[in-house]
Design a protein around this ligand. Sequence first.
Ligand code: AGP
Length: 610
Amino acid sequence: MCGIVGYTGKSAAAPVVVEGLRRLEYRGYDSAGVAVHTGRGMEVVRALGKLGKLSEALAERPLAGNVGIGHTRWATHGRPSEENAHPHVVGKVAVVHNGIIENHRELAHELIAAGARFSSDTDTEVIAHLVQQALEDGARTLHEAVRRALGRVVGAYAIAVLGTDEPDVIVAARHGSPLVIGFGEGEMLCGSDISALLSHTRDMVFLEDGDVAELRPGGATITTVSGEPVSRATKRIEWSATMAERGGYKHFMLKEIHEQPDAIASTLRGRVDLEASDVHASEIGVTPEVARAIRRVYIVACGTSYHAGLVAKYWLESLAKLPTVIELASEVANRDAMFFEDDLVVAVSQSGETFDTLGAVKAAKRAGAKVLAVANVLESAIPRLADGTLYTRCGPEIGVASTKCFTAQLASLLLLAVYLGRRRGTLGEAIAGEVLKALVAVPGHMHELLGDADYVRSIATTLANAKDVLFLGRGHNYPIALEGALKLKEISYAHAEGYAAGEMKHGPIALIDAELPVVVIAPKDATYDKMVGNVAEVRARDGRVLALATKGDEAMHDLATHIIWLPEAPSWVLPLLTVVPLQLLAYYVAARKGHDVDQPRNLAKTVTVE
Ligand code: AGP
C-alpha cells in the first residue's frame, strides 16, 4: 500500500510533500518521511507513527529546498519503525517506494557480498543500493541509474528517487503500483494518486507499467526501462482539491456518509433515461449482441465491494436473467477458478487497485472473458485492464471504511442489471421504468434517513459496550447484514457478525442471551414475515433487538427493543437505504469509543498486497 509524493519547482518542497502525504495517508499511516535536496546535498527526516509525528519532527528540523520526495507507510517488510520508514538513503540516492520487490533477498545477498551495508529490514532498500551501484558503475544520469536498477528487480513498484548530483531532478517509475505525474506552472509533481496533486494541478499523466519519468520543474521526459522514449497523453482531471477536505465534519467517514445523496445523484447523472425506461452506458462497451451472448456473470471483489456484488447477484438474476456467481477475489487464486469466453466478469473495486481483485481480473482476461470494472478511482489499475468501466463517480473517498462508494457501487450495479436486462430482452419497459424511478428517488430517501442521524447516535450508546453484535437479514438484506457487521468491526473493534437470518437455527441461535445485541434488517419486503419470526425467536430467548423497519410497522415496533425507521420505498432499492443507518451506527459507536475512525488500526484504504 503506502503513498508516495514528489515535488520539484519553485516552492519549498517539504510542505508541499507533507500536504500531498496528508491526502494519501489513507494508504498507510504507520510511519512517514521526507527527503529534500537542499542544494548542497540531501537531508532526510523520518518519524514513526502518523503524519502528525513527521510534521512535529520537521518543525524541530525544517528541511529547506525546492525538490523533495515523501512517503507514508503501511508495513509489509519490516515492522513500523523510524529505520524502516522511507525515504531510504544510500550514498547519493534517496528512494521512496510503494509495492513489493519479490527478489529483494537474492539482491540483498548479492549486494552484501559486494560490500553493501543495509540499515533497514525493508525490501525497498535494495533499490537504493542498486541505483547507487549503477551510479558508481558509470551511469551518466540518475534516470539511467534508476533504469539500470529497475532492470534487476522483480515485483511491483511505484518509486520516486532523488540524487545528490542532479539537484532539480526526480526520477519516478512504476510497474504494478499506481503513479501519476502532475504538470504545474514551473513545477512538476508525482504521487500515488491524483488527490495528492490536485491543489497544484489538474493536468496529469498516468504512468504505464514500465515507464520511467525524469521530472524537472519545466516538464517531464518518459522512457521505458530500456531507455526508449514514450509519449503519454495528458488528462485534465475534473475532481477538485476541496472534494478531498473534511468540510466541517469531524471525520471524513461522517462527511462521506452525508455525501451519499449527492454521490448517488452523480452516479445516475446522464445514465438514467426515464422516458425510454432504459440506461445509457455505452462506455462499458457491452453492445446488445455482447449482452445477449453472455452466459454468466462472475463477480469478483473484496470486503465492502464484495458485499455490493452479493446484492447485485439478486438484481442480475431477476432483471437480466443471468446466472451470477460471486466470489471473494482473494479466493480466486486459491483454486483453479474457471472463467469462460462468454462470461462477463465484473470486478467491483472502489480503489481499482486491490491486489486480489486485480489478480482475479488477470485470470479472467487470460481465459478470454470480457471484464467490466465498477470502480471509483479514475485510471486505476483495474479499469486500465478491463474492457470497459462503469465509474461510480462519487468523488474521492478518504475514510478507510467505505460508505458512499458502497451505495454508489450498488446504484451502478442496479443500472448494469437494467442495462443488461433491456438489451437481452428479459426486462420489459414497465418494470425497468419502476426500478429506474425508484433509483432516482433514492437521494431523497437518503436525506430523510440522514435527518435521523441524531437518533441513531442516541441508539449507538446502547451498543457502545457490546463485545459482540449479531446482524441478521434475508435475501437482499443479507449482504447488508454482512456490511453492517463489517463497518462496526473495522472501526469500533467490536466483534460483529452478519448472518443470513435463515441460518439462525443452524447455529448462531446458541449465542442469544440478554447480553448480545441483535441488529435485524426487516423492511416491508418479501422477506418481512420470516424476519418477524426471527425477531420473535430472539426475543423469546431474552435477546435485545435493534430493528430497522418500515415507518408505521406497529408489529415490529412492539416486538423490538429499539427501532430505526426506514422510509417506504420499492424493494429494488432497499439495500441502498437500509445500509445508511448501519453506517451511522458504526460511526457513532466508534466515535463514542474515541477511535480514530478514518484510520482504524491495522487497516489501509487500498490493499495492494496479497
Ligand atoms: C471497506 O470498509 C473496507 N475498508 C474494505 O473491505 C474494502 O472494501 C476492500 O479492501 C476492497 O477495496 P476496494 O473496493 O478498493 O477494492
